[in-house]
Design a protein around this ligand. Structure first.
Ligand code: DC
Length: 215
């Protein structure tokens, strides 16, 4: 059997993972799963139900509603949903319930696709450690906050807006990196891509070079 074409792409909030994942999916004709959207959907549902994202039974109830959720809902994208996602994601029983769905997606792409790419926090370490291609993308937190700030406010933002984004990202990094189950960290064989000083085109080219060297 030929080896499956799977890319595991991990990195912190606002690192450019989503943009890189879309470009790689298009270029290599891969099925794409934004695994953060799963946790965001759970977090949003808890908030909508008036629950507490740190409460296990509230979060598990929301996991049960996942099949009814539209993962492209723009409401999923806000930072309050990101923070709720990061809280539900720290609960081991919530993570356990999402493992099979993600592995199944990785290993069973539609027949018109060459393979799959999943982006998240624990794809290389826990969900698909067998993936042939593992990339860990990062940038320092001030650079990530600045990118988010420009995306959200364009030229109209002020210093307070920037400081709020910076503190939200720091809180999310702290939670995602220091939780006991599946914390954000690179797999030992992952290709590390620091994007602090590079634009998306340079990052995309570096990722493609890594993949073609391993093909
Ligand atoms: O990638 P994102 O910002 O959309 O992810 C939202 C939150 O979901 C993130 O702060 C932590 C959690 N998450 C996770 O724990 N594991 C993943 N594979 C993906 C996301």
């Amino acid at each position: 059997m030929t080896e499956q074409f799977i890319i595991a792409l991990d990195g912190p909030a606002a690192s450019g993972k989503g943009t890189l994942a879309k470009k790689l999916a298009k270029y290599y004709n891969l099925a794409l799963l934004d695994t953060g959207a799963l946790y965001r959907a759970v977090g949003l549902n808890v908030l909508k139900a008036g629950g507490d994202p740190e409460n296990e039974s509230d979060a598990l109830k929301a996991v049960g509603q996942l099949p009814e959720i539209n993962l492209s809902n723009p409401e999923l994208r806000g930072e309050s949903t990101g923070a709720a996602a990061s809280k539900v994601a720290a609960i081991p029983s919530v993570r356990a319930k999402l493992v099979d769905y993600q592995r199944n997606f990785a290993h069973n792409p539609p027949s018109d696709k060459r393979g799959s790419i999943l982006d998240g926090r624990d794809i290389g370490t826990v969900i698909c450690p067998e993936a042939k291609y593992k990339i860990f993308i990062t940038a320092n937190v001030e650079t990530r906050a600045k990118r988010r700030f420009l995306e959200e406010f364009g030229k109209n933002g002020n210093e307070d807006n920037y400081q709020l984004i910076l503190s939200e990202l720091k809180a999310r990094d702290e939670r995602d990196m220091n939780r006991s189950t599946s914390p954000l960290k690179p797999h030992e064989n992952a290709y590390l891509l620091d994007t602090t000083n590079s634009d998306i085109e340079a990052v995309f080219e570096a990722a493609c070079a890594y993949i073609s060297n391993k093909e």
